[in-house]
Design a protein around this ligand. Structure first.
Ligand SMILES: *[C@@H]1O[C@H](CO)[C@@H](O)[C@H](O)[C@H]1NC(C)=O
Ligand SMILES: *[C@@H]1O[C@H](CO)[C@@H](O)[C@H](O)[C@H]1NC(C)=O
Ligand SMILES: *[C@@H]1O[C@H](CO)[C@@H](O)[C@H](O)[C@H]1NC(C)=O
Ligand SMILES: *[C@@H]1O[C@H](CO)[C@@H](O)[C@H](O)[C@H]1NC(C)=O
Ligand SMILES: *[C@@H]1O[C@H](CO)[C@@H](O)[C@H](O)[C@H]1NC(C)=O
Ligand SMILES: *[C@@H]1O[C@H](CO)[C@@H](O)[C@H](O)[C@H]1NC(C)=O
Length: 398
């Protein structure tokens, strides 16, 4: 429904990033860290309060094959709320190993996701994911993780564009998704009628959206891939005319507008906010297999060495970190980029839909054109993002 990128835009993204490597030269870096490939044998789970109090860095670690068949945390069959965009298995994906990996932080174990415990924490509250289709997948994942703890007939989804709301009646809790692909206002804010090609962003305007966030107890923000269509983006700032901005500069102005709202409108005693770091793409297989020229199609195993893809803008990573440091209100960045970088195997590839239609037949034989190496299968990587979010939510109250 909300597939932001067409194949032309994938190409443009490719061209943009390629050009950026040559021209700017700042997008690539070598990330130093140790990557252990041995399979980890442990049945222990951390306690959410403990792992964070002991200073465990949840974002630094490795993927391990789960030896107890506790992965996936749910199945395509057990969750009635998954959309066709993400059900790769049902859409024909032949392998399923991608569902069996568990993220193992170096210094601790991720706490076990306890749906009942989180729903108790969210009793009489609203949790809202704000952002683009990547964020919508994280919302779907969260709904699937929580729904087994709510009896049949006491839970439902209702659509109130640009929101989708999962209601857990017995808990008077709602888990919501709010479509705002740039966070600030833009001409792409309609829940279904939007285009990445002619996008235009209002860098200093946010109230059309933020009025719907003001009463929410827990906010989780994300915005990236819509910015990255071309190196320049058409935008307005204040009453000035539309002009083309450098994407990194525009992103920073967006963050400034967003931060102003956070500091002026959020009550840190009753509300919490998180910012998801950018979700990486796997558009160029030469990045992990020298000499190849495919994409994420047919990848069935995570990358097992230090890796940072050229599509993941360090400028944007830095801008988010700096914006959060400058806030009066504490907003935690959930730095999921590096852990997701390893998962070239976990994208929807050709086992998804495009413009509302399942990719089938001949189109599937043309993965260069049709594989989606931006979005993720469910169950899959976004479940881990939510296990991390869970740890923070249980630890931090609200
Ligand atoms: C995000 O986490 C990775 C892995 O631990 C680390 O290398 C990187 O510096 C972190 N980035 C920020 C902005 O915190
Ligand atoms: C139900 O939750 C909403 C917030 O989502 C809250 O405003 C309302 O007071 C709650 N109702 C009760 C009976 O606690
Ligand atoms: C900005 O808008 C103008 C006029 O519609 C268009 O010609 C130009 O290609 C756009 N630039 C970008 C980066 O989209
Ligand atoms: C954008 O607008 C804000 C205030 O409306 C102003 O402070 C800032 O200098 C402007 N930036 C640019 C690059 O135009
Ligand atoms: C990739 O392969 C080419 C030729 O096969 C070689 O010259 C080059 O050094 C390799 N690059 C890396 C990063 O291994
Ligand atoms: C997929 O990868 C396997 C090796 O992992 C290879 O044997 C096979 O030919 C590939 N299939 C396609 C369609 O590229």
């Amino acid at each position: 429904m909300w597939l932001p990128l067409s194949n032309q835009s994938l190409l443009a993204l490719f061209l943009f990033v390629s050009a950026s490597i040559l021209v700017v030269g700042t997008l690539r870096t070598i990330v130093e860290f140790s990557f252990l490939t041995k399979i980890y044998f442990s049945t222990t789970h951390g306690d959410p309060a403990d792992v964070l109090e002991q200073g465990c860095n949840l974002f630094q670690g490795r993927w391990v094959l789960d030896e107890h068949n506790s992965r996936p945390l749910y199945t395509e069959e057990s969750c009635p709320y998954l959309t066709r965009q993400v059900t790769c298995g049902r859409n024909g994906r032949p392998d399923s190993l991608y569902q069996k990996w568990r993220w193992k932080p170096d210094a601790c174990d991720l706490p076990r996701f306890d749906a009942l415990k989180l729903l108790e924490r969210l009793r009489n509250k609203r949790l809202m994911f704000v952002g683009d289709s990547i964020q919508r997948t994280q919302w779907e994942s969260m709904v699937c993780l929580l729904q087994p703890a709510v009896p049949d007939g006491k839970r439902f989804i209702h659509k109130d564009p640009p929101r989708k709301v999962f209601v857990a009646e017995e808990f008077n809790a709602s888990i919501e998704f709010y479509w705002a692909p740039f966070l600030v206002e833009s001409n792409s804010d309609h829940a279904t009628k939007h285009t990445v090609q002619r996008r235009q962003v209002k860098l200093d305007s946010i109230t059309e959206h933020s009025q719907h966030w003001a009463a929410v107890d827990v906010l989780v923000f994300e915005s990236y891939v819509w910015w990255m269509y071309q190196p320049l983006i058409n935008a307005t700032n204040g009453s000035h005319d539309v002009r083309e901005y450098d994407v990194a500069a525009a992103y920073e102005l967006m963050l400034r507008t967003w931060a102003k709202w956070i500091d002026s409108a959020m009550n840190p005693d009753t509300q919490k906010a998180y910012f998801m770091s950018l979700s990486p793409t796997h558009l160029w297989s030469w990045e992990w297999r020298n000499g190849s020229n495919g994409n994420c199609f047919n990848e069935s195993y995570p990358i097992q060495r230090p890796f940072w893809g050229a599509g993941s803008s360090l400028d944007v990573m830095r801008a988010v970190a700096e914006a959060l440091q400058g806030l009066k209100v504490k907003v935690t960045m959930l730095n999921i980029t590096q852990l997701s970088e390893f998962r070239k195997d976990a994208h929807t590839s050709v086992y998804t839909e495009r413009r509302g239609k399942l990719i089938t037949g001949e189109l599937r034989l043309n993965p260069e054109m049709y594989a989606d190496c931006i979005h993720w299968c469910l169950p899959g990587v976004p479940d881990t993002w939510n296990e991390i979010l869970y740890t923070y939510l249980i630890h931090g109250g609200h």
